[in-house]
Design a protein around this ligand. Structure first.
Ligand code: UDP
Length: 241
């Protein structure tokens, strides 16, 4: 079931339900893409209708960010829980590993995708790392050809938003992959270059605060995030009057 948060139609799923839905997409013999919007995506999509359409056109739209969950609650259409992209990605790796399959990692700074891939195949021995490409390229079509030649089943696209979502919507179906997922900084996490917040912080809905502590240079970017809550409150009040 879809629930709208400020123009974006989210799938109202638990992590487990999202994993089941993702597994079904990975089993089908056609292309699908999954997006993991956080509050920054919502703000950006207000000014970029192409981005909004690409997000709403995805096969799964997962709420990656406590700000999305709070906004949905304020709007009176609560979502079951936050589904962090990196956790969904991990579930899809486990699923690919069960049946055996090919993984391509696209994005992040040079060297990061290789390191992430190496760590992934150490954990999941039935996964073949069929290719990697850093995220600082100019020729989109050349990258598409490279990805398609590697014949992936599962493709992680980690170019930051909205670049990764637009890349998936434009080129994804030509890659031959069954499932592409837009995952922001997830390759940095898989490569061990960025640490996720400890469980205790995550349970309190404070992963964003941990990230701010570790990467204070994000303060400017993050300062706008409460705006999403303010907008949700405004919309709720408008509905009431
Ligand atoms: N990135 C990239 N190409 C670009 C811009 C960014 O590959 O042109 C990568 C960047 O190295 C990082 C990821 O995309 O690994 C996005 O990180 P960001 O912090 O923006 O995403 P978030 O984790 O907030 O979703």
């Amino acid at each position: 079931m879809k629930k709208e948060v400020l123009g974006i139609q989210f799938d109202d799923l638990t992590r487990e339900e999202a994993a089941q839905a993702g597994a079904a997409l990975l089993a089908e013999d056609k292309f699908h893409y999954v997006v993991t919007p956080n509050p920054e995506f919502i703000l950006a999509s207000e000014r970029d209708s192409e981005f909004r359409n690409v997000l709403n056109g995805a096969d799964l739209v997962l709420a990656d960010g406590i700000g999305v969950v709070y906004s949905a609650k304020i709007l009176g259409t609560p979502l079951k829980e936050r589904v962090p992209g990196v956790e969904f990605a991990d579930d899809m790796l486990a699923c690919l590993n069960e049946r055996g399959g090919r993984l391509y990692l696209l994005g992040a700074r040079p060297g990061v995708a290789e390191e992430a891939g190496q760590r992934i195949v150490e954990r999941y021995s039935n996964i073949v790392l069929c290719g990697t490409q850093d995220g600082y390229f100019k020729d989109e079509e050349a990258v598409l050809l490279k990805v398609a030649a590697a014949r992936p089943d599962l493709l992680f696209v980690c170019l930051g938003a909205p670049k990764q979502e637009k890349w998936m919507a434009r080129w994804g179906r030509h890659t031959g992959a069954r499932l592409a997922i837009g995952l922001g900084g997830a390759l940095d996490v898989f490569a061990g270059q960025v640490e996720r917040a400890p469980d205790s912080w995550q349970r309190l809905g404070l992963e964003w605060a941990y990230r701010l502590k570790k990467e204070p240079q994000r303060a400017g970017r993050m300062a706008r995030l409460p705006l999403v809550l303010v907008k949700a409150a405004g919309q709720r009040l408008k509905k009431r009057t």
